[in-house]
Design a binder for this molecule. Structure first.
Ligand code: KG4
Ligand code: ZN
Length: 332
């Protein structure tokens, strides 16, 4: 069964073709808009929407070409409908719904965070429930206990900025460019000096906070510390902090299976720390392959197909809408 996955929730126009029957990703095209947003040091929703409008059709056509299929072979369309920048989501969502409607095939609306949660399993054969999920992205930092494809209990989340957002804002303060995560990570990897001790925010349980770290960085910038030292110290503190919260979640729940996903799961120091944790605590930690860390259509197609099967192959109604935010645990 050929499945299309579409994601336009932020600044990546992404379309993938997934063969649900064989479990193979046939193509996964991502068109990034970094240069359009770079002058602003962050994503501008209206610019994102206009860029998606320009990119949607060429990206879709390339996804079909690379997968070597025609539009007639598509049997299911899966599209992100929440959360994210609403003007941006609407471009992909309307395109996907229109495609399904025109071809008279089912469509499934997918929650972007849920799609991240299952991204480490894309090439894995088996998903064993329940597990702890840590999503670390530009818009979210959430710890859940995931019991099913659509059943999650949030056990902790950031009370202010998302971790990826903190990376981007710190990079902006240091005038390093956008998006900040990969640039700071690169600096961290080649940095050999001493780290500055930054305060770790005190938040109850496994919830987190990143805005205080940002303020601490601003002070260091004002005091004139070298950029590399500030960037590397920030990455070390932010990642140690989030890994500390994950350890606490493992201790408190006693769970041994963990999924870590989202844009920041590409971070080299985070991956190193997760490896250590896996060995020391005898837990199983799954992270996505690099191409599935940041926003991509493959994770949407993958989860959409699983939910479609679970829902006895019934598509969503075409009256379904897109939303800027819907909590994954169903609790507002
Ligand atoms: O999951 P994602 O593509 O989009 C959202 O759903 O938000 O995450 C994007 C975020 C950005 O903040 C970016 O700076 C961060 O992921 N990021 C990284 C790395 N690569 C991307 N952060 C830290 N280290 C990286 N290597
Ligand atoms: Zn994302």
């Amino acid at each position: 069964m050929k499945v299309i996955g579409i994601d336009t929730s932020c600044d990546d126009t992404s379309v993938a073709v997934y063969n649900g029957t064989t479990g193979e990703i046939l193509s996964n095209i991502i068109s990034s808009q970094y240069s359009a947003h770079k002058p602003y040091g962050g994503v501008v929703p209206e610019i994102a929407a206009r860029e998606h409008l320009n990119n949607m059709e060429p990206v879709f056509n390339k996804a079909l070409r690379d997968a070597n299929i025609t539009v007639e072979e598509i049997e299911l369309v899966c599209v992100t409908n929440t959360p994210g920048l609403l003007p941006a989501i609407l471009v992909g969502f309307t395109f996907g719904k229109g495609l399904a409607f025109a071809k008279y095939i089912p469509f499934k609306a997918i929650h972007h965070i849920e799609a991240h949660i299952f991204s480490p399993f894309i090439k894995e054969k088996e998903i064993k429930f329940p597990f702890i999920s840590l999503v670390v992205s530009g818009g979210h930092t959430i710890l859940t206990i995931t019991r099913n494809f659509t059943n999650h209990t949030i056990i902790g989340k950031t009370v202010d900025d998302a971790i990826g957002e903190a990376f981007d804002k710190v990079a902006k303060m240091l005038e390093l460019g956008y998006p900040g995560g990969p640039i700071i990570d690169e600096i961290f990897r080649s940095y050999k000096g001493e780290y500055i001790e930054l305060p770790k925010p005190q938040v109850k349980g496994v919830s987190m906070s990143f805005s205080g770290l940002k303020t601490a960085v601003r002070r260091l910038v004002e005091k004139g510390y070298p950029k590399e030292q500030i960037a590397a110290s920030f990455q070390k503190t932010a990642i140690d902090y989030v890994v500390g919260k994950l350890k606490k979640a493992i201790n408190e729940t006693g769970m041994k299976r963990i999924s870590v996903s989202g844009g920041v799961s590409a971070n080299s120091y985070l991956r190193e720390k997760l490896n250590e944790l896996q060995k020391n605590r005898k837990v199983e930690i799954l992270v996505p392959e690099m191409e599935f860390t940041s926003d991509n259509g493959a994770m949407v197609a993958f989860l959409g197909y699983k939910i479609f099967k679970m829902d006895e192959e019934i598509g969503d109604p075409f009256t379904l809408n897109a939303y800027s935010s819907v909590p994954i645990d169903g609790v507002v």
